[in-house]
Write a protein that binds this ligand. Structure first.
Ligand SMILES: Cc1cc2nc3c(=O)[nH]c(=O)nc-3n(C[C@H](O)[C@H](O)[C@H](O)COP(=O)(O)OP(=O)(O)OC[C@H]3O[C@@H](n4cnc5c(N)ncnc54)[C@H](O)[C@@H]3O)c2cc1C
Length: 442
């Protein structure tokens, strides 16, 4: 029987294990150093905030693994010998494989700043990071978070939930304005300030100042400003876990280089999830995709290839979601943060609430390219279908109710959105079917 060994029990490795089990009788072993069981990394913040306990964020009961004949080994892989198809573990000796799947994820990136090695300076990725943060933030008054991305705002919210004052240091003009268009970025920046976050925009860290015991006691920003604090969070991105592959012959760049079926340059060795880097990324995608839902698709796709039916990675339209304190964010497809020659966008904003809708389409064909939403949810399958089928903006605007979860919102605001489009473009939309119905029978 073939022995499949998977390094990493995150969303990518575990999805692959489940799908290999569905498709085959192979022996499956998952090795991971961080935890005994798979848990939802995206929910780490809720443990700190006291909204959930650890067992709440484990998607499967512990009996699931033996029942499905998925062996779990808690250890760190320190070496991969592709010639003899063997792995060396830190504590439990060696393990052989016929097929190796590397799903080792990533770790927080460091910035190389003086003072960064202080015990109360850290990133947030693993359960061990969370444990350290728990210890280092007990009873403190102020934390500084460096980096205006999604994990930065989560760390800010975590500290804030314990009444710890937070300074969030962001290099850009507005929070996440390297991704969000200016209007949305300004709304989120204002929202963060309203929550009491000291948002330091267009600021960069220069140095972490330590006390005589080596603990961080302040940060100095470029320009000389100093902020006193007892904790520093560094959230400037993540780096793939690949150092244990040194000498293995597996080709790496920033991550583990893979083809469109997640094959590495070594026979029977695959890589997926945060640690994988595409030789040739799918159209419109970056070469590294370090998010949850793509890890899941990677796992499902590679399982098919490993079980004998090679499958090319076809991720469909881009999707991501996040929460900035109370504001939910969703993006489907491609919505540029800055004007693009071939793209037109419609931006609607609620007059009183923090709710916005932005729809992007191709200027010449009218084909819809993306939706970006704050404070409102749209149906994933509807948006993905419209984008995949190149539905035109003129055809989807009268049908927006299909995408909306909230019929009340639909009744109140969708006419406004259509009016805005007609005003902006000078075009006249077809009357929605519902309206026609009322004209006949109303
Ligand atoms: C705080 C936080 C919030 C996030 N929120 C979101 C979100 O809202 N939406 C979203 O899309 N994404 C989010 N992400 C990103 C998302 O969680 C990751 O993209 C995803 O978990 C990566 O999955 P993975 O399976 O590739 O790797 P991982 O989940 O990192 O799993 C890999 C595992 O392998 C282990 N490992 C590594 N090297 C070895 C080794 N040598 N030996 C043994 N074990 C090893 C690691 O310790 C780890 O447990 C968030 C990430 C963090 C940290």
């Amino acid at each position: 029987m073939k022995q499949v060994v998977i390094i990493g029990n995150g969303i990518a490795g575990i999805t692959a294990a489940r799908h290999i089990r569905k498709r085959s009788n192979y022996a499956i072993t998952v090795i991971s150093g961080e935890s005994d069981h798979f848990y939802s990394r995206t929910a780490l913040m809720y443990l700190y905030m006291g909204h959930m306990a650890y067992y709440n964020i484990k998607p499967y009961e512990d009996w699931f693994w033996p029942k499905n004949r998925i062996g779990l080994v808690r250890d760190w892989v320190t070496q991969v010998d592709t010639k003899h198809k063997k792995l060396r573990l830190q504590e439990k000796g060696e393990i052989s494989y016929d097929i190796l799947l590397i799903a080792s994820g990533s770790h927080p990136r460091k910035g190389g700043w003086p003072g960064e090695e202080a015990p109360n300076v850290q990133g947030l990725y693993s359960l061990q990071d969370l444990e350290r943060m728990e210890q280092q933030t007990k009873g403190i008054e102020r934390g500084v978070v460096i980096g205006g991305g999604l994990i930065g705002v989560e760390m800010a919210e975590m500290l804030h939930s314990r009444n710890i004052a937070v300074s969030l240091v962001v290099r850009e003009k507005e929070y996440w304005s390297n991704v969000l268009p200016p209007e949305e970025a300004a709304i989120i920046s204002l929202h963060l300030r309203r929550q009491g976050i000291d948002l330091q925009l267009e600021s960069e860290l220069e140095e972490i100042i330590q006390d005589e015991k080596g603990n961080a006691k302040a940060v100095r920003l470029k320009g000389g400003k100093q902020v006193d604090c007892q904790f520093v969070g560094i959230t400037i991105g993540v780096v793939p876990n690949i150092s244990f592959l040194e000498g293995s012959g597996i080709e790496t760049n920033r991550g583990i280089l893979v083809d469109s079926c997640f094959r590495t340059n070594q026979p029977d060795v695959y890589a997926i999830g945060d640690c994988a880097e595409y030789h040739q990324p799918p159209a419109g995608r970056k070469s590294l995709e370090q998010i949850w839902y793509t890890g899941r698709i990677h796992g499902e796709t590679v399982a098919s290839t490993i079980c004998g039916t090679p499958l090319t990675y076809k991720p469909g339209p881009w999707f991501n979601s996040a929460k900035f304190f109370d504001i939910e964010y969703q993006v489907y497809g491609e919505v540029p943060n800055l004007p693009k020659e071939d793209t037109e966008t419609l931006f609607w904003q609620h007059l009183e609430h923090e709710q916005t809708i932005r729809i992007a389409w191709n200027k010449s064909s009218g084909a819809v390219k993306g939706f970006s939403l704050l404070g409102i949810r749209y149906r994933h399958e509807v948006c993905a279908r419209w984008i995949k089928t190149s539905a035109t903006i003129d055809s989807i605007l009268p049908a927006l109710g299909e995408a909306n979860f909230d019929p009340e919102f639909h009744r109140r605001h969708e006419q406004e959105i259509r009016d805005l489009y007609e005003k902006q473009t000078g075009r006249t939309l077809a009357t929605p079917v519902r309206k026609k119905f009322w004209k006949i029978f109303g």
